[in-house]
Design a protein around this ligand. Structure first.
Ligand SMILES: Nc1ncnc2c1ncn2[C@@H]1O[C@H](COP(=O)(O)OP(=O)(O)OP(=O)(O)O)[C@@H](O)[C@H]1O
Ligand SMILES: [Mg+2]
Length: 306
């Protein structure tokens, strides 16, 4: 039986606090043993070749939106920097997590899961990757481990698994992309940045050689500055050069609230002033869900119409 601290956050923008209440996982453990029928879990990687484009921010807030919609959601940090864990728990350096699962494929997933106050949202921090040769890992080295990890996530009854990845499409991230259902690509709305996006999408599409089922959900523009013509032009430029379905209708505006939320260890949606951001990520979630159902909404971009 494993015991964990429950992560909690208030409904206001009160500082994140970890409380010491204990939660038992025996039920989940029994489920793993007794249930051989795995539920289907949707796995969504949030990836980009570039650093600092908002992958972690999108992962956290998208996971929060999924969890709020009632879906049992697991947020997994596969970035050895441990950004999700650092952001939401402040203790990712000491927690076990994804890399421990890679190092010990027979280990029990429930021991790595950190619950949050929102019952439907849990996370798996990056964990201890010092022994794991992630940097030199070529594609395929951890693919089996990642597949087994996703199987265990399914066996725990999760509906959705959001995977925050490190910058780059190599190493463990390549294995995640080879094993997951879909990938969302955050891209900062700035003029130079958008030029390389088509090549990145081509690289992702090539991953289908390994994973024919991989669905490229599209690019979500982040840190869009509605008062800055160059930023809006970057959004429009991307919409011009890519097929329409490849750019998400919802965009994430640049807002200090994200930095403040991150400093407090909170999804932006639980901040007092976070209602509009909550709506954006709810919209993004709905957009992703309809894409995963094979539907594409032809209507114009919603949260911003540059
Ligand atoms: N919409 C936004 N508005 C304002 N700041 C933002 C926004 N999105 C992200 N940021 C800030 O930008 C920085 C980079 O974001 P984030 O960590 O999400 O990017 P990343 O792609 O995960 O980076 P890395 O490649 O290092 O993992 C962080 O300080 C974050 O708080
Ligand atoms: Mg990150």
């Amino acid at each position: 039986m494993h015991q964990k601290k429950v992560i909690s956050w208030g409904g206001d923008d009160s500082k994140y606090y970890a409380i010491g209440s204990r939660k038992c996982f025996s039920r989940a453990g029994v489920q793993l043993v007794s249930s051989r029928v795995y539920k289907v879990v949707i796995t969504i990687a949030v990836s980009s070749q570039k650093g600092g484009v908002g992958k972690t921010t999108v992962s956290i807030n998208l996971a929060h939106a999924y969890a709020r919609s009632g879906k049992r959601t697991l947020l997994v940090d596969t970035d050895p920097q441990g950004s999700v864990g650092l952001s939401l728990t402040r203790q990712s350096r000491t927690l076990g997590g994804f890399y421990d699962a890679m190092a010990d494929p027979d280990g029990v997933l429930s021991s790595l899961i950190v619950p949050t106050r929102l019952e439907t949202l849990s996370l798996v921090p990056a964990g201890q990757c010092s022994d794991y040769e992630w940097e030199g890992a070529s594609m395929g080295v951890s693919l089996q481990g990642v597949r087994m990890f996703f199987q265990k996530v399914a066996s725990q009854g999760y509906d959705v698994c959001i995977i925050d990845t490190a910058a780059g499409l190599f190493g463990v991230t390549a294995d995640v992309l080879s094993a997951c259902d879909s990938v969302l690509v955050p891209q900062q709305a700035e003029p130079l940045g958008v030029r390389s996006v088509p090549k990145m999408l081509e690289a992702l599409t090539r991953m289908r050689a390994e994973n024919p089922g991989l669905k490229v959900l599209g690019v979500v523009m982040t840190m869009v500055q509605s008062g800055l013509p160059e930023s809006l032009e970057a959004v429009q430029a991307l919409r011009n050069i890519l097929p329409k379905p490849m750019v998400m209708r919802h965009v994430v505006l640049r807002d200090d609230l994200f930095v403040r939320a991150s400093a407090k260890g909170l999804p932006v949606g639980v901040m007092n002033e976070g209602a509009s951001m909550l709506a954006v990520f709810d919209g993004l979630r709905a957009e992703i869900e309809s894409k995963l159902r094979g539907q594409y909404d032809e209507s114009r971009p919603t949260s911003l119409n540059p």
